[in-house]
Design a protein around this ligand. Structure first.
Ligand code: SAH
Length: 227
């Protein structure tokens, strides 16, 4: 699919209409997403352009959807929650450098891009990475650097990061990612085996790390090595 294709453009009617998107935004607000900044991004990003045209009618449902290669685009509520957790209620300094692990189709990347200085995003499956790069460039996101690689290693050449957002679940939080956090930096990551995962936020403090539980979640596993 190319951005702007007939019948599936940002201006498309029906399922991709502003009204349909607004309903999703209201639903997220009612579910506890209180950051206006985040809700505005959900309103602005055309999620239907990140999935296959055959599924476009479901783009503004609050559910995860397949994006090929056994992977999924995250549920909008979870994307919003993770973004809100990373930004910290507007009370914290705007993150300058952010690492994202698991680019997938690039939807989370697009939601976050204008809210931070620069995003460094890693995806282990080359085909997904290529498609995400094309899509995000077509949407005019200019502050994103892409890497085909293993997110378990982080991005040592660019560390430390003010924020790290991980979109797939390891069994334990990888110490390397914690080490790549800047002082006051925040790591938002799902952890645990399928069926028993927690979304957690780890903050680097003056004396070590603070860990908060956000909610129970269901993510694809973080897999070692390049695909
Ligand atoms: N934020 C994405 C979610 C994609 S699902 C979206 O909105 O579409 C999680 C992604 O993590 C998948 O694309 C998967 O291939 C990728 N992934 C899994 N293990 C990884 C690893 N070790 N390094 C980089 N990416 C990984």
């Amino acid at each position: 699919m190319t951005v702007g294709e007939t019948g599936n453009s940002p201006q498309g009617i029906g399922m991709t209409s502003a009204r349909t998107r607004e309903r999703l935004v209201q639903r997220l607000a009612a579910s506890g997403i209180h950051s206006e900044t985040v809700l505005e991004r959900i309103r602005a990003v055309p999620r239907h352009l990140f999935i296959d045209e055959a599924l476009a009618s479901r783009a503004y449902e609050d559910s995860a959807l397949p994006i090929g290669q056994g992977q999924t685009i995250s549920q909008p509520y979870i994307v919003a929650l993770m973004t809100q957790a990373l930004l910290g209620n507007g009370t914290l300094r705007r993150p300058d450098k952010v690492l994202e692990v698991g680019t997938g189709c690039g939807y989370q990347t697009a939601v976050l891009a204008p809210l931070v200085g620069q995003i460094f995003t890693i995806e282990r499956i080359a085909g997904l990475q290529r498609a995400a790069r094309q899509r995000l460039q077509a949407l005019g996101c200019a502050n994103i650097r892409f890497r085909h690689g293993d997110g378990f290693e982080g991005w040592p050449g660019q560390a430390p990061f003010d924020g790290i957002l991980v979109a797939a679940a390891p069994l334990e939080v990888p110490p390397i990612l914690m080490e790549q956090l800047a002082p006051d930096g925040r790591l938002v990551i799902p952890v645990g085996p399928a069926g028993n995962q927690d979304l957690v936020r780890i903050t680097r403090t003056a004396t070590g790390f603070e860990r908060e539980h956000l909610c129970a979640v269901s993510f694809v596993p973080l897999v070692e090595g390049k695909g």
